[in-house]
Design a protein. Sequence first.
Length: 140
Amino acid sequence: MQQQISVITLGVEDLARSRRFYERGFEWTSIFENEEIIFFQMNGFVLGLWLKTSLEADAGTRPATGGGAFTMAHNVPERSDVQRVMGRLSRAGGTITRAPDQPPQGGFRGYVADPDGHSWEIAWNPAWPIDENGHVTFGL
């Protein structure tokens, strides 16, 4: 089976608040939205922000809420971009949960939670090249 992720959908409490975080903080542009969902075309998959109550109704269950042992990552091309992006995300409604520092595996990273507590690692790693399409390649 092909290793791929097609869509990641995050349940959110307030769609307008989440839109501000992703559009102003990451400077992303939505490709579709209505009164309960927003989609962003990413490099190889789609990110969805869906009102949590609607996502729960659609899935027929209650998805895990915040504080889970997972994070998403946004890699940047330059070390200095980590602090710049984290600052922009913070001003757009995010919460810095870990100030930028050097992890044992190398590079430079920090963590920001979106307004609903979804964790984002903002990272630079010179061993993980980013191509012109924004695809990151795992490297050692």
